[in-house]
Design a protein around this ligand. Structure first.
Ligand code: AMP
Ligand code: MG
Length: 486
């Protein structure tokens, strides 16, 4: 039945149209595996807007909790666990999907291809002693933050649904109600996927993965003279641009291990991530990141370090001559800082309403950031106030006004540019926690829905959102800590 559906490219009544390009890659890269059924599937939340973008019938899906819990498969699904390695806090390990299964690639009505993955669907051959499961809190957390990132216009994986399992999972915090997240991604190919192929010295797999990644994410580069080199450069640029966008909104990923870096350039793996309140480049929320490796201000350097790991993995297919391969890789990695600086300056200029470029812009931006750090100013509120003409910083303000007056664009144009780049609202940590606690402890999804509504149009400064969503956290909520406690 499923192969007929694919052969004719027709969608099923619910709209499923699953293909399996990734499964065609060499066997080293995946293992066919079935989800483990759960006791009592119950749909907690369904992303109707995303469903419709995917060509899925939201109304029909509402009745299909069993599919979102892994108890039944959508027609045409051929679940598999992906193999990958990764540097975790700098240490190299073999990993793989320990609790996630790729069901297939959904082909949308616009003929776009998206991975459909169940996260928390039971143990796999890569579970390494883990239970293969996930708790409601962290899965709803991924749902709300990834959807907030999407609304902020930042490339990200998305969340289609969260289903409760009716089972409990055992975590450091105790027994927690279990859940499965349905994640949607341009792909789940990671730097760690390339590292896995390289660690096995499997050049056939490495080449096939390179071709596949180009085809899916950089089709304009297909047929390039040196596919691996072209992929490396394009992936590097996309990563640089992604990190600049994180810095734009104060996002701290929290666990930028190479297995959590997607070649598509999407933000992926929402674990201990959080948005910064007071501006401080040293801000780290994750309880396991004791040395601040993944602190807000370190993210660009870490991205470069991760890019170097991708380059390393690609070395054997960059050039037949090892030294020449190293040279090619190094010259690209060295350029990463420039790629990032350019992207960062572009977004930061936009945040200040600047259309033109002047040599002193970097200093102007840095001086505002320094002022924010010294006065412990809230990152989001400061820029929102700037966009609304409500910021008072004396000396800096005068320099900024003079800078604005040297461009030909009108004041109204500058304000519009600022409003498009300075969110009025972000998912505040205390509001996220409040919503997750209500859902997880009291089965009350209302605070989560209210939060999602508040986060849906973050650049609309006229919305008059309830102050609870826009104000900085109460002092007792800082310092805030996040847990990998997935
Ligand atoms: P993460 O920290 O979420 O990026 O996960 C790192 C690795 O741990 C991946 O290989 C995951 O599949 C695996 N993992 C995380 N949680 C579990 C779990 N509960 N059971 C099995 N594997 C897990
Ligand atoms: Mg991960």
């Amino acid at each position: 039945m499923s192969s007929e559906i694919q052969d004719h490219g027709l969608a099923t009544p619910e709209g499923w149209r699953l293909e399996h390009q990734y499964a065609q890659l060499p066997a080293l890269l995946h293992e066919r595996w079935e989800p483990t059924p759960v006791k009592e599937p119950r749909l907690l939340i369904l992303n109707e807007a995303l469903a419709s973008e995917l060509g899925l019938d939201a109304k029909a899906l509402r009745q299909r909790a069993a599919v979102f819990a892994g108890n039944e498969l959508p027609p045409g699904a051929k679940p598999l666990a992906q193999a990958y390695a990764g540097h975790q806090f700098g240490n190299f390990t073999g990993l793989g999907d320990g609790r996630a299964l790729l069901l297939g690639e959904q082909i949308t009505p616009e003929d776009r291809r998206f991975d459909i993955q169940l996260k928390g669907a039971g143990p796999t051959p890569f579970s390494r002693g883990g239970d293969g499961r996930a708790a409601i809190g962290p899965m709803l957390r991924e749902y709300v933050i990834s959807e907030a990132m999407h609304a902020l216009g930042i490339p990200t994986t998305r969340s289609l649904a969260v289903a409760a399992t009716g089972e409990v999972v055992f975590r450091k915090q105790g027994l927690l109600p279990g859940a499965v997240l349905t994640r949607v991604a341009a792909s789940h190919i990671r730097v760690g996927t390339f590292q896995w192929a390289a660690a096995h010295q499997d050049l056939v797999a490495l080449r096939a993965l390179t071709e596949h990644t180009l085809e899916r994410h950089y089709p304009e580069l297909l047929g390039a003279e040196n596919p691996a080199l072209s992929l490396l450069e394009a992936a590097l640029k996309r990563q640089a641009s992604l990190i600049a966008r994180w810095m734009q909104v104060g996002f701290i990923h929290g666990v930028m291990n190479t297995d959590n870096v997607a070649l598509a350039g999407e933000t992926i793996d929402y674990g201990p991530c959080a948005f910064m309140d007071e501006y401080d480049p040293k801000t780290t929320f994750s309880s396991i990141d004791r040395r601040g490796r993944y602190a807000f201000g370190n993210q660009p350097q870490i991205a470069q370090w991760n890019a170097a790991r991708l380059a390393e993995a690609l070395l054997p297919i960059l050039h037949p001559d090892e030294n020449k391969a190293l040279e090619l890789a190094n010259s690209l990695i060295e350029k990463f800082a420039d790629f990032f600086q350019l992207d960062w300056l572009t977004v930061m200029r936009a945040k200040l309403g600047l259309f033109t470029t002047e040599a002193e812009d970097r200093t102007l931006i840095q001086d505002l950031l320094n002022w924010m750090q010294n006065t412990k100013a809230d990152y989001t509120q400061t820029f929102a106030a700037l966009a609304m003409g409500r910021l008072e910083t004396n000396e800096w303000q005068t320099r900024w006004q003079q800078r604005l007056s040297r461009q030909t664009q009108s004041h109204a144009e500058s304000v519009a540019l600022m409003r498009r780049h300075n969110p009025a609202v972000i998912p505040r940590n205390h509001k996220v926690e409040e919503a997750l606690a209500a859902a997880s402890d009291h089965d009350d999804l209302n605070p989560l829905h209210r939060l999602l509504t508040a986060l849906a149009n973050p650049y609309d400064h006229e919305l008059d959102l309830p102050i609870e969503f826009t104000e900085a956290p109460p002092a007792c909520n800082t310092p805030y800590q996040t847990f990998c406690g997935t």
